[in-house]
Design a protein around this ligand. Structure first.
Ligand code: DAH
Length: 335
């Protein structure tokens, strides 16, 4: 058995505990370190318990001296722990607030809002006007067959109209469509009359680029088939459309020729003192109707095709078609 413990020794242990505890608590850098200290000092197997355990070996009259002192120490340590815990929590909160400070003077992150290309918004405007007249939108492929682009539109292989619309051919004989008129045929193949559609889209021609020509441009096709439609319906529709788009400008119809309409006309509007051609149109040729299995004695209709670039350029006063395709933001940001 070890040597009997003395009051003096236990008193010294308590004093040592007191000064060490104060220093260690003050130095604790985290709440976790503080909890470790609490367990080591005041826990069941902690140092204070050790002293109290040894106390039982003292003579009876000496025990209260150690017990009182130990109780005082326990309270001191508890209050030091609580004080340090409060200080650590306050510091943590202060650091968190400092980290989360918002610098209201910092430049905002800014994503500029995009907007539609002027050709897209012009197309939408045109389509919207026809939608208001009861037309639905239909679309067709940009890569077409000879049949839809020419033959079914009453343009047989050696027809001179083909020279005016030279295009780009694929090796398999298909071609880039030269106009949106083939959508008339595609739609009529699957939809019985009455029909009222507009067909917007890209078209292609083998043209050299200049201020008014581009090998790729946009059209909107119009087609109406019903019983009893005649040229006055065509004219009324075109006039209503042009008035909605341009306002009250002088309009004239000029006799013209297209293989798929009879009679045919070109339409001009007077703009800044001169006549500008804006669209082709006409009554659907009976040969086209017959080709679609429709009896021309019963069904009749009209069609029109307009160039979106022309409408866009007139609307915005754009002098050169190439500006619409060069993606120059200094130009595009104006719309
Ligand atoms: N497809 C013709 C072209 O691109 C334009 C056109 C003219 C379309 C008369 C029509 C029409 O539907 O009736 O030159």
């Amino acid at each position: 058995m070890s040597a009997p413990i003395t009051l003096h020794q236990l008193t010294e242990q308590l004093e040592a505990l007191e000064s060490e505890a104060a220093a260690a608590i003050e130095a604790a850098a985290s709440t976790a370190a503080l909890e470790d200290l609490r367990v080591g000092l005041l826990g069941k197997k902690g140092r204070l318990s050790g002293v109290l355990g040894a106390m039982g070996k003292l003579p009876g009259d000496e025990r209260p001296l150690v017990g009182q002192r130990a109780n005082v120490l326990k309270e001191q340590v508890q209050s030091l722990l609580a004080g340090r815990l409060g200080a650590l929590e306050t510091a943590a909160m202060a650091a968190k607030i400092a980290r989360e400070t918002i610098d209201v003077t910092a430049p905002a992150s800014f994503v500029p809002a995009g907007h539609r290309h002027p050709l897209i918004s012009t197309t939408e405007e045109i389509v919207d006007i026809f939608a208001g007249l009861g037309y639905r939108v239909s679309e067709g492929p940009e890569i077409e067959t000879d049949y839809y682009n020419f033959t079914a539109l009453n343009i047989p292989p050696h027809h001179p109209a083909r020279d005016m619309q030279d295009t780009f051919y694929l090796e398999d004989g298909r071609l880039l469509r030269t106009h949106t008129s083939p959508v008339q045929i595609r739609y009529l193949e699957t939809n019985p009359p009455p029909v009222r559609i507009v067909a917007p889209g890209r078209v292609y021609r083998r043209d050299a680029v200049d201020a008014t020509h581009s090998p790729m441009f946009h059209q909107v096709e119009v087609l109406a088939i019903d019983e009893g439609l005649d040229f006055s319906h065509l004219r009324g529709t075109v006039m209503a459309f042009l008035k909605a788009f341009f306002g009250d400008l002088p309009v004239r119809f000029r006799a013209s020729y297209f293989p798929f309409t009879e009679p045919s006309a070109e339409v001009d509007v007077q703009w800044r003192g001169r006549w500008l051609e804006v669209m082709g149109c006409g009554m659907v040729d009976p040969a086209v109707l017959e080709g679609m299995g429709l009896d021309p004695e019963r069904w009749s209709g009209f069609a029109a095709g307009l160039g979106v670039e022309r409408f866009c350029m007139v609307r915005h006063g754009i002098d050169d078609i190439r500006r619409l395709f060069t993606s120059d933001l200094r130009f595009l940001e104006q719309f």
